[in-house]
Write a protein that binds this ligand. Structure first.
Ligand code: B3K
Ligand code: ZN
Length: 852
């Protein structure tokens, strides 16, 4: 099978052989590291005679079965070994060069430390192996390295032994008692600062907790440690799940393709999700750390103890674990604000994925490069699917389902269907139709019509669902939990319930309703669908005022903003004057004056949808008019609410908490648009800031409103932080979101900035990823320069780090909403990539789909 051919879910077959135990020895040396793998292999299918192992970018030194040389054949990324034996010992020696590994998969170097990333298919860059998640083996690992350079030698499980060797070298051996798939293997060797603590589990076992960070960063590891302890406690209390090893290690590295990795007992983290103190990290960073630490910890049960049968089942562990981390954040912080953030991810990114060439169900059916499927669909829509089950079953039954799932499958590699069956059997709720969420891609849309019969005192909702036409997709009706509230004229809640919407068209009747109510639809985003309903402005204003759910009030504000902007796009098209309805202006002023509401929620309500978000709402967009209309609406509201913004800003400045800071900085952003007098305020906040949230809030306002002080503030910030990579990422992001016309020249110039490196994913994501994903105005500039720039960068990244390249190409393949000229320029860039002689399979999969 060629590398570029898709693997299909329907072709799954169980492994012919399995590995019961593997002893790995790593001799870490520069430039060549030697790996000896001794596996106890067992034949599972008696007719099998050839063991086929995966391997990539390896040099093979020797293969032996039961101590003897054996016939074998090397093919493209496969090693075929004659093995007509039931049980045997397989010894394989390979050599690799970690320093040359810029793809950051397998064993590589992050600065001066060795580390690994094996999910999804990185273990095959270490040794030839059955690198698939349904082969579970016990691992013993021995690491040997220079002692002075690499004082810490870490792997999964418990430390068995360590000691000195000759020539200044030393060793450590580790044993993981839990059988695991190869993707959960990890090794780290380096010199670190170490933060230690303990956690006493509810059954009174003491667990050693260790966080390893780059030298000099110890004081930035405390929040991560606190978050870990909170996660351990929360999982015991809410999910009845206790940690199972005696030690839990986290290592933070700066070179990392994603956020973090849940390797058994030894998580490897991107520094971005570990390091924080209030001078250098924002409130959002602190929150992000807590949630990612939680996420990886929760994987210990949902992912590690029970893992995936094959990679098509990725959502089994990711959807569920995202749901769990969202619940963790919501139980610890504001449920409404967390929910709003999750909804935004779906609407702005997941719906866009559905509308683009990479649309796939949460359980994909065909995959060329697995790394391309760690998507918002598998993760975040996957979490919404779990959330819907939670809504349908209720917390108690849901927890019964979780318990049954572990009772049945602990220690196994299973499917999404196994999970749903456990939920179904534990709750006796029929989930047969609900399973369509796993197999059907795309965003369903639900249109709603109201009918009120005053005489009969009956209120009816007519619901109709339609699925997106996607080739290869079934088109069966979905089981949609549709949460509604009916509100009386005086603002009291008449009905609040979840409708079971299961047919193409269905009518729901509410009796004893004596006046036409205000309806709140799809409350709390009870299903990941598009709502198709023409709201009148009064209706939205009522919802913003009276809906019981804070999320529904926020939803109403998004619609008000969006409608106001789209109305002005129409005005521009018709050459009439732009304007903002007085009711809209008053609605926002009202929110600003409401001191009862959580300021963080008000900040969300006062956040104008981004250009990207608005593009997502359209079918085809006239981008230039959209930008003009959006700016106009912002300016009108800012001018109308000036006094209230100013007053609220100064009051909030006196309060020291994340929620207050969120609204304070939102106010500053609005004010900075009004006139020069507020420039002083921005500068004052910047220079007197006692934390990164306020410093960055000021800098963002200066950047977004193109204030005169912008350049000075930016260079002062740079001078202060140029030795702190994670803070420089923020600075790069600001440069990347600069709306000025010369931004591309600036980006090119910054590629040679001393803090920038094309080898480091955090830097590339901050500068280039942010430009493409968030600077809609300039990336999609009609002159096509944005597309040309990204194409050139991708050519380069294709050689260095294909996985990263395939991530940041996303905005360039989601072009369906743009006009023909833009689409044709984009396609030209994609064609150039398609023509690359050495195009990686990561980019190949996305580029060919986009051009098809
Ligand atoms: N499981 C990892 C992601 C691995 C990505 C591989 N390209 C982190 C997580 O979801 O927790
Ligand atoms: Zn995960």
């Amino acid at each position: 099978m060629s590398q570029r051919e898709a693997k299909l879910l329907k072709d799954y077959s169980a492994p012919e052989y399995t590995v019961e135990h593997i002893a790995l020895k790593f001799e870490l040396n520069s430039p060549v590291t030697t790996i000896t793998a001794s596996s106890k292999v067992k034949r599972l299918k008696s007719e099998a005679v050839t063991l086929v192992l995966d391997g990539e970018s390896l040099s093979l030194v020797s293969v032996k079965i039961d101590g003897k040389d054996v016939e074998h054949k090397l093919e493209e990324n496969r090693l075929h070994i004659s093995a007509d034996v039931d049980d045997f010992l397989l010894d394989i020696v390979t050599e690799i060069e970690p320093e040359a590994n810029t793809a950051l998969e397998g064993l590589y170097m992050s600065d001066a430390a060795y580390c690994t990333q094996c999910e999804a298919e990185g273990f095959r860059r270490i040794t030839y192996y059955l690198d698939r998640p349904d082969v579970l083996a016990k691992f013993d690992v021995r690491i040997e390295a220079d002692k002075a350079q690499f004082p810490y030698l870490l792997s999964n499980g418990n430390l068995l032994e360590k000691g000195d060797l000759e020539d200044g070298r030393h060793f450590a051996s580790w044993q993981d008692p839990f059988p695991k798939p190869s993707y959960l293997f990890a090794l780290v060797a380096g010199d670190f600062d170490l933060l230690e603590d303990t956690f006493i589990t509810r059954s009174d076992r003491e667990v050693e907790l260790q966080v390893f960070v780059d030298k000099g960063n110890l004081n930035k590891a405390h929040h991560a440690m606190e978050s870990l302890k909170k996660s351990m406690k929360w999982d015991e209390e809410r999910f009845d799940l206790e940690y199972d090893l005696d030690i839990y290690m986290i290592v933070a590295v700066d070179f990392f393709n994603m956020g973090a990795m849940e390797n058994k007992g030894l998580n490897v983290f991107n520094t971005k999700y570990v390091l924080a103190d209030k001078e250098s990290a924002t409130d959002d960073d602190f929150h992000g750390i807590e949630s990612v630490i939680g996420h990886e910890y929760f994987h210990n049960w949902t992912g590690n103890r029970v893992t995936c049968r094959d990679w098509f089942q990725l959502s089994l562990k990711e959807g569920l674990t995202v749901f769990r981390d969202q619940e963790f954040s919501s139980d610890l912080g504001s449920r409404s604000v967390n929910r709003i953030h999750a909804i935004k991810v779906i609407r702005n990114h997941q719906f866009a994925e559905d509308a683009g060439p990479m649309a796939h169900p949460i359980r994909p059916e065909a995959v060329i490069e697995m790394n391309n499927f760690y998507t918002v669909t598998v993760y975040n829509k996957g979490a919404e699917v779990i959330r819907m089950m939670h809504t349908l079953l209720g917390e108690e039954n849901f927890q019964k389902g979780i318990a049954l799932y572990f009772e049945r499958h602990d220690g196994q590699a299973v499917t999404c269907d196994d999970f749903v069956s456990a939920m179904e059997d534990a709750s006796r709720v029929d989930l047969e139709q609900f399973r369509n969420w796993y197999s059907q891609a795309g965003t369903p849309s639900v249109s709603v019509a109201e009918e009120f019969d005053a005489k009969a005192q009956e209120y009816k909702l007519h619901l109709k669902q339609e699925r997106q036409a996607i080739s290869g997709n079934n088109d069966l009706p979905m089981h949609i939990p549709f949460d509604v509230e009916l509100i009386s004229e005086s603002g009291e809640s008449l009905v609040s319930k979840v409708l079971n919407f299961t047919e193409n068209s269905q009518t729901f009747v509410f009796t004893d309703i004596n006046a036409k109510p205000t309806v709140s639809l799809l409350q709390n985003f009870s299903a990941p669908v598009k709502l198709d309903f023409e709201f009148e402005l009064d209706h939205l204003v009522n919802l913003m005022r009276y809906a019981s759910s804070e999320v529904a009030r926020w939803e109403a504000s998004v619609s008000i903003f969006s409608n106001a902007i789209w109305n002005n796009v129409e005005a521009l098209k018709n050459n009439t004057n732009m304007q903002v309805n007085q009711v809209v202006l008053d609605a926002f002023k009202g929110m600003l004056l409401d001191s009862q509401l959580d300021p963080a929620l008000v900040a969300e309500v006062l956040t104008v949808p981004t250009t990207n978000e608005l593009v997502e709402q359209a079918i085809i967009v006239d981008l230039d008019k959209l930008i003009t209309a959006r700016e106009f609406v912002i300016d009108e509201i800012a001018a109308y609410c000036e006094d209230e913004l100013n007053a609220r800003y100064h009051l909030l400045k006196l309060v020291d908490n994340p929620s207050a800071r969120a609204l304070q900085n939102a106010c500053l952003n609005w004010l900075s648009r009004i006139d020069e007098q507020y420039e002083v305020l921005v500068e004052q906040q910047f220079y007197s800031a006692e934390n990164m949230t306020d410093a960055l809030g000021a800098l963002k306002a200066a950047n977004a409103s193109q204030l005169e002080c912008r350049n000075l503030l930016m260079s002062d910030f740079e001078a202060k932080w140029d030795q702190t990579p994670l803070v420089m990422d923020k600075w790069f992001m600001l440069e990347a979101t600069n709306k000025a016309d010369n931004v591309i020249d600036r980006l090119k110039e910054l590629a040679s900035h001393s803090a920038f490196s094309f080898q480091n994913p955090n830097r590339v994501r901050s500068l280039i990823g942010t430009f493409a994903a968030a600077n809609t105005e300039q990336f999609h500039n009609a002159n096509g320069e944005g597309y040309r720039y990204l194409t050139d960068v991708l050519k380069k990244l294709n050689d260095i780090n294909p996985q990263l390249a395939a991530r940041i190409i996303t905005p360039m393949i989601q072009f369906s909403k743009f006009d023909e000229q833009r689409q044709s320029m984009i396609k030209q860039g994609l064609q150039e990539l398609a023509d690359l002689p050495n195009l990686s399979k990561d980019l190949f999969e996305k580029v060919t789909k986009a051009l098809a």
